[in-house]
Design a protein around this ligand. Structure first.
Ligand code: HEM
Length: 122
């Protein structure tokens, strides 16, 4: 039986990834102003979303419903610069955790295409 990416990467590694990512967001002059509310709650949402996307428990949708990522990002001005900052912060986070090469490539490709899909401003 094939393992899901969630099983391959592991919940703890995903948790660390999201923690490192948000450490970067807090220091990012482009991204930081977009996060007005509770950063810990935002961190938990991204974590649960990734768990679900990678084949783990569907806690994200139980709490938040359908992800509708484009709609949920509509309030934030996401231009090329914001996209690139998000990806740079995620790349730094990925560099700090261990995962097998195929999982890493899968996740990175997903982030690159989704970040571009979420662009809503030239
Ligand atoms: C392209 C640059 C991006 C920017 C500037 C951005 C910014 C934001 C902001 C400001 C929030 C609100 C924080 C909160 O949850 O309270 C948010 C939420 C979220 N973002 Fe992003 N994001 C980006 C890309 C992505 C990507 C690539 C993904 C997925 C791979 C993603 C997944 C999410 C999720 C799951 C939420 C929580 C949605 C919810 O349940 O409300 N974002 N993002």
């Amino acid at each position: 039986m094939q393992l899901t990416y969630y099983e391959r990467i592991g919940r703890d590694t995903l948790r660390s990834l999201v923690e490192y990512f948000y450490e970067g967001v807090k220091e990012d002059e482009v991204l930081r102003p977009m996060y007005e509310g509770d950063m810990e709650a935002a961190e938990l949402r991204l974590f649960l979303f990734l768990v679900q996307y990678l084949g783990g428990p569907a806690t994200y949708s139980e709490r938040r419903g359908h992800p509708r990522l484009r709609m949920r990002h509509a309030p934030f001005p996401i231009d090329e610069k914001a996209r690139d900052h998000w990806l740079m912060r995620m790349k730094h986070a990925m560099d700090q955790v261990h995962m097998d090469a195929e999982s890493r490539a899968f996740l990175w490709n997903y982030f690159v295409s989704t970040a571009d899909f979420l662009r809503n401003k030239a």
